[in-house]
Ligand binder design. Structure first.
Ligand SMILES: [Mg+2]
Length: 439
C-alpha cells in the first residue's frame, strides 16, 4: 500500500478568482490573506501533516506571486514543481492535460481555493483497492442535500451510481467534494491544448462504473466568494487561533454496543456496518459536549482488519456510517482518529501492511497526539472517556482527566495500578453531565 510520501499532489491554482472582486485584483486566490496567512498555507500544512511530500502546482493568473511565495518547498521539507497554464484558458481538465509530462502515473488532485480536511490515508487506500478492481479514479463525495451547491451524485450505500453535474436528478443527494485521484492515462487520451472540464472524465467513469467513491462527512470550505471567504476566516479563528477544550471519546462500548461475534464466540467490536448499533443517548451526549464548547474527537483502536476478521474498507465504512448518522442528528464529531494496526501477524491476516508496532494503538497516546497537532487544544481542561483500562492509560499519559464507563471491577483496578480514573460513569450521557457539571 502506497503512503502519502509516494503520492504526487496536483493543485489547480490557475483560476482568476473574479467573484472575489477587488481582493484578487492584485493577488491569486490561493494567496488571499486569511488571519495573516495566505489561504493555501492552511491546506498545504494539513497535507504535509498527512505526510505528502511531492507537489505540482498548476498556475496561471499571477503565477509569479505563487512561485515567489511557495518556492521549491524545501523550507517546508517538501518539493514543489510548477506548470504554467499558458495563454489559452483550457479549463480544469485542460490545465491538468497540459502538465502531462510532469504527472506521475497516479496522482491526487485538489483545488487551490478549498480547505478539505479529510482522512487522506483512507483516500489512498480506497483508490488502491478500487484500482485492483479495475477503477481508474476516485471521487470524494459528501451527503449534501443541496446545502452547499446543487447535488450531483447518486449513491447506493457505498457504491457510486452516477455523477452528473449538468443534469440534476431528484435522487442526487451527494455532491463531489473536491478531492480526487486519477490515473495519468485518463488525461493522455485528450489532445494537448484541448479545453475541457474534469467533470467530463468523472461523468464518463461513473457511467462505466469505474469511479471509486469515498464518502466524507465533514463540510469543506472554499474562498470563491466574499461570503465563503468570511465563513472560512471565522473557522480559522476558532480552529487555529483560539484554544478549546476537547473530549476524547472511545468508540466501542461507549458510543456503540459491543456485539456478539459468532466466528470467535465472544463479544467484539462490530465487524460490519449492519452490526453497528448506537447506545441510547450517545448522540445526545456528544451534542451536549459540543454545545458546551468542547471539541469531540473519537479515538478508536480497530485491529479487526489486521487480525483478518474484516477489511480496512469495512472499518472505514463503519466509521463513515457512524459519523454520517450522528451528523444527520446534529451531533457532529469534530474528528475521528483510528488505529487500524496490530503488532502481531496472525494466520488470518490478509492486509499485512496493518501489522505494525505503532505508537497510536491505545494505551499509547499517539491518536491524542495526532489531534493535538491538528487542533489548538486546551489540554488542561480536556477529558478522555472510555470503557477500557487502555483508554484511561492513554488519557492519563497526556495529562487528561479520565472518565471510565462501566463498573470498575477489581481485576481492572489491579491492571490500572496507580492509574485509577478520575471519574466513573455508567454511560456517555452521565460522563457528559460530569464534564458539563450538570450531573
Ligand atoms: Mg471500548
Amino acid at each position: 500500500m502506497r503512503g502519502p510520501a509516494d503520492v504526487q499532489v496536483v493543485v489547480l491554482m490557475g483560476g482568476l478568482g473574479t467573484r472575489l472582486g477587488g481582493i484578487t485584483k492584485e493577488c491569486p486566490k490561493s494567496l488571499v490573506d486569511v488571519c495573516g496567512r495566505p489561504f493555501f498555507d492552511y491546506q498545504l500544512e494539513l497535507l504535509i501533516a498527512w505526510g505528502f511530500k511531492k507537489f505540482l502546482f498548476l498556475i496561471g493568473y499571477r503565477a509569479d506571486m505563487i512561485e515567489e511565495y511557495f518556492g521549491d518547498g524545501s523550507s517546508r521539507g517538501i518539493s514543489i514543481t510548477y506548470s504554467q497554464d499558458g495563454e489559452k484558458l483550457l479549463g480544469t481538465g485542460g490545465a491538468v492535460r497540459r502538465a502531462l509530462p510532469l504527472l506521475e502515473d497516479d496522482f491526487l488532485l485538489i483545488y487551490g481555493d478549498s480547505f478539505m480536511d479529510i482522512d487522506y490515508a483512507e483516500t489512498l487506500y480506497r483508490y488502491e483497492i478500487g484500482k485492483r478492481a479495475g477503477n481508474r479514479a476516485l471521487m470524494t463525495v459528501l451527503c449534501n442535500n443541496n446545502r452547499f451547491d446543487k447535488s450531483n451524485v447518486i449513491m447506493d450505500g457505498t457504491r457510486l451510481v452516477l455523477y452528473d453535474k449538468h443534469d440534476p436528478k431528484p435522487e442526487m443527494d451527494y455532491i463531489d467534494y473536491g478531492v480526487c485521484m486519477y490515473e495519468r492515462s485518463l488525461f493522455a487520451e485528450f489532445a494537448e491544448d484541448e479545453a475541457f472540464d474534469i467533470s467530463v472524465i468523472q461523468h464518463d467513469l461513473s457511467v462505466k462504473g469505474k469511479l471509486t467513491p469515498q464518502i466524507v462527512t465533514k463540510r469543506f470550505y472554499e474562498i470563491g466568494s466574499p461570503s465563503s471567504l468570511a465563513e472560512f476566516t471565522e473557522y480559522v479563528k476558532k480552529r487555529f487561533n483560539e484554544k478549546h477544550p476537547a473530549v476524547f471519546v472511545d468508540r466501542d462500548g461507549v458510543i456503540n454496543k459491543i456485539v456478539w461475534n459468532d466466528d470467535i464466540d465472544q463479544l467484539d467490536s462490530p465487524m460490519k456496518v449492519d452490526d453497528f448499533e448506537f447506545i441510547p443517548g450517545a448522540g445526545e451526549a456528544l451534542m451536549q459536549l459540543s454545545e458546551n464548547g468542547y471539541y469531540v474527537f473519537v479515538v478508536t483502536n480497530q485491529p479487526g482488519a489486521a487480525k483478518g476478521k474484516t477489511t480496512l474498507a469495512t472499518l472505514y465504512d463503519i466509521n463513515t456510517y457512524m459519523l454520517e448518522t450522528l451528523s444527520k442528528e446534529g451531533a457532529a464529531v469534530d474528528d475521528l482518529f483510528m488505529c487500524p494496526h496490530y503488532p502481531t501477524l496472525l494466520p488470518a491476516t490478509k492486509e499485512k501492511f496493518l501489522i505494525r508496532k505503532c505508537n497510536c494503538r491505545k494505551p499509547e497516546p499517539g491518536l491524542i497526539y495526532r489531534a493535538m497537532r491538528k487542533y489548538n487544544i486546551d489540554m488542561s481542561s480536556s477529558f478522555m472517556i472510555g470503557d477500557s483500562c487502555t483508554d484511561v492509560s492513554a488519557g492519563a499519559a497526556v495529562g487528561l482527566s479520565t472518565i471510565f464507563i462501566g463498573d470498575l471491577k477489581c481485576d481492572l483496578c489491579k491492571k490500572l495500578g496507580e492509574l485509577s480514573p478520575d471519574y466513573i460513569a455508567k454511560d456517555l450521557k452521565q460522563a457528559a453531565d460530569i464534564i458539563t457539571r450538570n450531573g
